[in-house]
Every structure is written in structure tokens, then in C-alpha cells.
Design a protein around this ligand. Structure first.
Ligand code: PEP
Ligand code: MN
Length: 378
């Protein structure tokens, strides 16, 4: 990180910034030019209280030198963002359209996943989701997914969701827990891997997934800050894989009312500043409350998501997992309609978003004159 001081920064202001950084344990190096001074900051930049530095006297801007994640990073400029499109089966996500990926938390039976697929199709969803082996927080929950008990059970569960997806022409997304199962998912026709929150930093799994041609939805770990999350995403991409989708599904916070806290500021930061990857918003796990899924999904789209990941069930009242957050079929239908309208609004409003970088130069040239006008300073 470089801290660029303003042309008028005093030596005392430069020293104050350096002392502050040293106090936080950073090493610094100074470059004093004819007109401006740059302070280089060395250490774990992810912990730097950038807001506080930005507020200090004489500081003009903070310039990240290079991001530790390169492939997942935003490659465009503020006024000209570059976003990658990813294919999930025949569906292109992250492009011109909003994509709703919907389905039950778990595949529970052939009749249930078939009916769920029909509901998703009729609502206007484009991709079917469903877990076959579930990651449960309690070992006594009694349900770890239809595919959890044996290799045959796993094969059967995967076959069921693939069959349902094909019957309704919906590509399928299924969570993968074990690196040893990657080839099986590929061979049985799953279209997209989901890396669940508990595996967001499972090194063996992420390393294994570098090789798959299938796209991946990599959910953010609920205690991963944004930089750390993007570094785990970078791990999957490190050898050249590109078809990766970010997913905000809520993080830990002081809000104990909702299951997790959807980090919508994080979604905006990923979209507008940090990453070229498409973003999915999962308000089902983000809120854990059926009746909050609708508004928070729409908020996620406005913040920058172009994919919606949402749980629904033919009858969520009897779902074997996460029923409390699963939408009723009617709710899904209305949500898809609302998502399309919000997406259309976002596209229409896009020209009204003016990044500061486009304006800053003009205002910089006026700083001396404006200080004189407003404060009488010389
Ligand atoms: C899921 O998608 O069903 C799931 C368990 O999600 P997460 O890993 O985000 O908790
Ligand atoms: Mn779930």
C-alpha cells in the first residue's frame, strides 16, 4: 500500500502518518518527490484501518500496489469495469441477464426433487440447486443428505437431481464436500459445483477443483474478510481456471436475529472495485428467515449481484433441512418476477453511477482556489 500525501502536506503531517503506522506495527518507507511524498506501508495490509488513515491531515489517497489475488481481481478501471461471464450448462451467468438458481436445500426423494424442478422452471428460474450430502452443524441432526450413507447412495442422489434437471431443461448445482468425489459428480452430469461455507477454505478440495472444467460457485466463509475470501477463490483459479462465481451468503456479526448477516457492502465492493467475477447473492442462508429472503435478494441485486441463489421447496414445512428459510412455490414465482424488474432497474440506472475517479482530477485542480473561497486560506 502506498499513501499519497497532498502537495500541501506538512512535514508534521507526514510524520504523524508514519508514527500512526509504526504504532500499529507497520514498517514504512518514504519517497519524497519535488511535489508530493509517498509513504510505502509494509506488513499485513488487510488489517490496516484504511478509513482512519484516509481521514488524517495531509493524506490524499491510499493506493494499493498490487493485490495478492490477481486472477480474481477487477481488471478494468472505475468507469470501465470488466466482468467475466460464466457458463453453467447452457446458461450464461454474469452477462446481460439476471440468473435465478433455485431449489431445495436437500434432495430428499425423487418425487420431491422432480416437483421442485417443475416449480423452479415454472417460476422462471434458470438453474436447479440441491444438496445431496449436507454439512450439518450437529452430528445428531438425523439428516445428512440422501447421498450421505454410502457410495451407492451418493450416486443415487446425484442421479436424481441430474434427472430432474434434465427433465425440465435446468442445469444443476450441487455442493461438493470431498475432493475424492469430484470425478463422480462430473461423470454423472452435474453442471456446476458449489463450495459450501464450511469448505470455503478447504485447501485439499480447492486444489482438486483447479482441474475441473465445470464452473464453481465458491461461497464466502462466514468469518472470512473480503481479502482473505478472494485469496481462497484465487487458489482455485491459480493455475488458470476462470469459470468461478463468488457468493455472498452472510457473515458473522452482532445481528443475532438473522441466521447470518448479508454483507451487501461487500457485494458492492466486489462488483464495483475488487473483482471481475460474477456474484451470487444467497439471502436464504444470509437471513435464515423465509420472509426476509425476498427483500434481501433484491437489495443484493442492486448492490452488484447478477446471480440469485435461493432455496425453495414444494412444501417447506416438511423439508428435511433449512425448511424455515425455504420459499413456498408462490413466493419463488413472485421473487423471480421482482428480480427481473430490479435487474432491469439496475441496468437502466447504471449510467447514473459516476465513480469518483472520473471527477477527482477536476476537483484537484480547484483545491487551492476552493480553500481560499471557503476558508479564506492562502
Ligand atoms: C446450502 O447451500 O444448502 C448451504 C448449506 O449453504 P452454506 O454452505 O452457505 O451454509
Ligand atoms: Mn441450505
Amino acid at each position: 500500500m502506498l499513501i499519497k500525501m497532498t502537495k500541501r502536506a506538512t512535514q508534521d503531517e507526514v510524520a504523524a502518518v508514519e508514527n500512526k503506522l509504526h504504532g500499529w506495527g507497520y514498517k514504512t518507507g518514504k519517497m519524497v518527490g519535488e511535489e508530493i511524498t509517498l509513504i510505502g506501508v509494509y506488513g499485513d495490509i488487510t488489517r490496516l484501518p484504511t478509513g482512519e488513515v484516509q481521514e488524517m491531515g495531509g493524506v490524499e489517497s491510499l493506493i494499493p500496489i498490487s493485490r495478492a489475488y490477481k486472477r480474481a481481481a477487477q481488471k478494468g478501471a472505475p468507469g470501465n469495469l470488466i466482468h467475466q461471464r460464466v457458463r453453467v450448462g447452457e446458461v450464461e451467468v454474469g452477462g446481460d441477464d439476471i440468473t435465478v438458481i433455485a431449489g431445495p436445500c436437500s434432495v430428499e426423494s425423487e418425487a420431491q426433487i422432480m416437483e421442485a424442478a417443475r416449480i423452479v422452471k415454472e417460476a422462471g428460474g434458470k438453474v436447479l440447486r440441491g444438496g445431496v450430502v449436507k454439512y450439518r452443524s450437529s452430528p445428531y441432526s438425523g439428516w445428512e443428505g440422501i447421498g450421505s450413507r454410502s457410495d451407492d447412495a451418493l450416486r443415487n442422489g446425484l442421479n436424481l437431481i441430474v434427472k430432474a434437471g434434465r427433465a425440465f431443461e435446468l442445469p444443476t448445482v450441487v455442493e461438493i464436500l470431498d475432493p475424492g468425489d469430484v470425478s463422480l459428480y462430473e461423470d454423472l452430469g452435474v453442471d456446476c459445483f458449489q463450495i459450501g461455507e464450511p469448505n470455503a477454505k478447504n485447501q485439499a478440495l480447492l486444489n482438486r477443483l483447479r482441474d475441473t472444467p465445470l464452473p464453481i460457485i465458491h461461497k464466502r466463509g462466514n468469518s472470512l474478510d473480503m481479502e482473505a475470501y478472494l485469496l481462497w477463490v484465487e487458489r482455485v483459479m491459480a493455475l488458470g481456471k476462470e469459470n468461478v462465481i463468488l457468493c455472498e451468503r452472510g457473515i458473522m456479526s452482532a445481528n443475532k436475529y438473522t441466521r447470518n448477516t448479508l454483507d451487501l457492502g461487500g457485494v458492492a465492493a466486489f462488483h464495483y472495485q475488487l473483482s471481475c467475477l460474477p456474484i451470487a447473492i444467497d439471502a436464504s442462508h444470509g437471513t435464515g428467515l423465509r420472509d426476509l429472503v425476498h427483500p434481501m435478494t433484491l437489495a443484493g441485486i442492486m448492490a452488484g449481484a447478477s446471480i440469485v441463489l435461493v432455496e425453495c421447496h414444494p412444501n417447506p414445512l416438511i423439508a428435511k433441512s433449512d425448511g424455515f428459510q425455504g420459499l413456498f412455490p408462490e413466493q419463488l414465482k413472485h421473487l423471480v418476477t421482482a428480480c427481473e424488474q430490479v435487474w432491469e432497474t439496475r441496468q437502466r440506472l447504471a449510467p447514473l453511477y459516476v465513480p469518483s475517479a472520473v471527477l477527482e482530477r477536476d476537483y484537484e485542480t480547484r483545491v487551492i482556489e476552493d480553500k481560499r473561497r471557503f476558508f479564506g486560506a492562502r
